[in-house]
Design a protein. Sequence first.
Lengths: 519, 255
Amino acid sequence: MLNGNDWPGPDGALPVPGPAFAWAPASRPRTLRRVWLDTFDWRLYRAGLTLEQVSSRARTDITLTGRDGTAIAAEQVGARQPGQAAAKPNWPARLEALPPGPLREHLGPVVGVRALAPVAKAVSVIREHPALNSDDKTVARVAVERMSVSYPSAATPPARLTVTALRGYQPQALRLIDALSAAPGVAGATQSALEAALAAAGRRPGDYSSKIDVELAPEMPATAALAAVLTALLDTLEANVEGTVRDLDVEFLHDLRIAVRRTRSALKLAGSVLPASLTGTYRPEFKWLGDLTTPTRDLDVYLLEFPAMAASLVAATPADLEPFHNQLARKRAAAQRQLARGLRSTRFSRLSTGWRDALARAAPGRRRPTAARLAATKITHAHQRVLSEGAAIAAASPPESLHDLRKRCKELRYLLEIFGSLYDPGEQWRAVRELKGLQDCLGEFQDTQVQHDKIRAYAAELMAERAAPASTLLAMGEIAAGLMVRQQQARNEFSGRFRDFASPLSQSRIRALTATAAP
Amino acid sequence: MKVFASYNIKGGVGKTATAVNLAYLAARDGYRVLLWDLDPQAAASYLFRIRPRVKGGGKALIEGTRSIDGAIKGTDFGNLDLLPADFTYRNLDLILDSAKKPTRKLRTLLTPLRAEYDVIFLDCPPSISLLSESVLHAADLLLVPLIPTTLSVRTLDQLTDFISGFDGHQPRVLAFFSMIDRRKSLHLEISEQLPTGRSDFAATAIPALSIIERMSTQRAPVAAFAPRSVAARCYAALWTEARARGGLPAPPSAS
């Protein structure tokens, strides 16, 4: 693959391919409409995969290729004659929009629950030029592709030249490539067509991640550091609003919620370095936003776990749960409408624009403490709270004590993430390893409790509305019992998980982490 | 995969023109086609502008020290590859003679190409030899061009008698008149009378036309450089008959 900036010229002339080769007349131009697809968080790109929908006059195909450009799976999704192929999906869409087959099977494990959406769109005009040897025999075909990118913005990348050797003529094709590469304005292409399209349009593939993407320096003022982190969290939050409102997939809301929770934790735990008026104004606003998102997310979690719950039934059958599933789907649709209204509201737009301005004003505030000092103080304090509250939990302690401990763990975890760029990534990962184990256990304990309480309430509703037969209620009872078993298991595991977290080695890792950045 | 061989004991009867044009037409229909130029005179290779050279020569191919796969060249036409001739093919009889089961050798050699091609055309040199016998055993259909003379017809009868003596696999035969000169009354007489009542004769005949000779200056199949010519239409009709007689299923792209 070669890139050309100065050719073909306005007359379509190609560079002279050296004395050993000549050009035969080019083929008639072919026009292709190209749409590259990926999830919002670039799961395919990160996995080294490219998914492209190519439409010609006659048909549309979607092809998945690997890092080396070889096709892994393909599916025809459009034909001139109706009924000759599956319908072309209307992107963005979830994987189910593709017909069942190898392509969907390959994509499933990578894409998961995420929707696929266009990341770039272009129209390519391709002309093929046969390259002839001294016998006037074609030894290679040189495709010249001129791409006009229309999305994410209008752009024209350099023409791309692909040399395809005819069978048995690879050595001659390599000599042709050498000759073409030596022509002025031609260079070896290092980017794929997608990367070239995105680069021309001013976008970088993989430019979104739900991780906090801020580089803090230990000596920078804590106020500026916190403002930078909070601004990055606002970027993440805003990036996920459209997908959440359009309900493209459940991960938009998930990422949005995490950004809100991290913001709230940062304000609660480290907000003292920001002006008091600012935290006083915005903490209630972010609580409102968090609460707005909760009903939909809770129902999402229920619906995501539904297949596993149905499969776990022993006495009842999955079909018994259908009225319950319908009930959840109805509630979820209502919650989603409420959520979308909230995110389109003036209150939300005031929150996001006001918050960004407030952070910009607050950033150049006090010079002390430093980011490292603030991080060390807050992380040490949060760590101590987890240790002391956890140590106080005994077999007879009420469930609330574990719920509270979960909150403390989350605070510690968020602090480690917020200030993560101050630390060595390897050390940070080792420091949170036992914390993650403890969080998983506490999460299971509380989530099963919440789901148990909810399923009882849902069952009561179904009964009151006479909307489900007894078999449904019995199946829900079986699920509720299963949740209690899981909760008990989590409770039994707690002491071991906490012991690991509170071990001298684990404690020393967290202490060492904060000490490195704040000498 | 089907193997179609263009074969006649005699030379100069239009074997290469048949193999080249029918291979081209098959590829144009969407079949994946290989043409093996077995004639050391290399006329088919010349017509496709491919140099008649195979590394290691015919010996390496027959003995299997070099794979057929590595010797195949792409022609200028989509779906159509060529295994070029080599001057050492003049010794293929001797090479086959020292191989195990020489008459089955060609069929064995073609077996690995089954997945890659739908049709393989063999353009055979004019002879009756061990190579010819190996070709007859490898082929599913023999395309036999005949100049309308009494002796040619006798040759066809000898060939069909010979094939009927094969154990197991026997190729089908599709004979057709080639190079019919309308100015010669004997040509017209024989070409009108003989096919009647013979199941191994094609309805299509290929006339002697100067445009077919021009293939050697154009260096391309007549169906490619003069697709609307009488010659191209005749080859297209012959291809339709050959495809049906050879039992070739519809091409993959037509489904």
